[in-house]
Design a protein around this ligand. Structure first.
Ligand SMILES: [Zn+2]
Length: 280
């Protein structure tokens, strides 16, 4: 899709599964299972959505999925699926990892930064050798000493190798990466997660990351049990969703597998998604 000079493609690193109860927090199962049917282990299907962007003469990748540094036990727990995975999709788009100039992680949970690195002789090294990697400085620091509650979401091998290679460019708050690409710190899911706004040609695209992980999470109280600050998530949904409706922004959800993007409208006090199919 084109936004003036800026062009972007929605690509995924395939799908995985997480516990449906954890994904919907205080929402009772009889309500969420109608929109997100669980498997026999109560897990719901989620995608790991990324954006490949061409802007200001640079190739920019937002989110790097879950990667492949997984042992058999965790592969089974999360049920990673869906070839081709992200690096192969980049090659298909004619942009192999060496050509990526900037990699942006909205935060450092494993499902957002897995392909930051790959294993070579059992050592994790950056997959994007020529890229600057970006994340909030406070998230980078938190990721190295998480709490007992969010420890399972962080793996050092996804983000420490770029410390060694000097590829991190750590951000302090909201940042315009190139004209038309803004990173906005949106706390709630954790303290320093970012959403991404693309603008150009009179249009706006909003990548929600984990503020609104799937289309089912659009209603205000439908908030993940994983969130460290759910009331802040609520405030930020109340801030950003009406803006997206008024501005007719194209919204792209961080983890939606079936209808990853579309326009939100308000009908009889409810937000309704009109899904949009982007060309691959
Ligand atoms: Zn996530």
């Amino acid at each position: 899709m084109k936004l003036g000079e800026l062009e972007f493609w929605l690509i995924t690193d395939g799908t995985f599964r997480l516990d449906g109860g954890a994904m919907f927090g205080v929402i009772p199962k009889p309500m969420w299972e109608r929109v997100a049917p669980p498997d026999e282990r109560n897990r719901i299907l989620m995608a790991m959505n990324s954006l490949l962007i061409r802007a200001a003469g640079k190739w920019i990748l937002i989110e790097t999925g879950a990667g492949d540094k997984w042992d058999a036990k965790r592969t089974e727990i999360y049920s990673f699926d869906g070839a081709p995975r992200l690096p192969d999709k980049l090659v298909t788009h004619g942009v192999p990892p060496e050509q990526i100039d900037i990699v942006i992680n909205t935060h450092l949970h494993f499902d957002h930064c897995g392909w930051n690195t790959r294993l070579v002789n059992a050592e994790a090294i950056p997959l994007f050798p020529n890229a600057r990697y970006m994340v909030q400085r406070a998230e980078f620091e938190h990721a190295q000493s998480p709490t007992d509650r969010d420890r399972a979401s962080y793996f050092l091998e996804n983000f420490m190798p770029m410390q060694k290679s000097g590829q991190w460019h750590l951000l302090e708050g909201d940042t315009e990466v190139v004209p038309g690409l803004d990173l906005i710190r949106v706390p709630g899911h954790n303290r320093d997660m970012m959403c991404v706004r693309l603008t150009g040609g009179g249009k706006t695209v909003f990548f929600t990351a984990d503020l609104i992980p799937t289309a089912a999470h659009v209603p205000y109280p439908w908030i993940m049990g994983y969130d460290l600050y759910p009331l802040t998530t609520l405030e930020n949904k109340q801030k950003w969703i009406p803006q997206a409706v008024r501005g007719e922004w194209l919204v792209i959800f961080g983890h939606e597998a079936r209808t990853p993007c579309g326009y939100l409208t308000e009908q009889k006090g409810k937000f309704v998604l009109e899904p949009v199919q982007l060309d691959a």
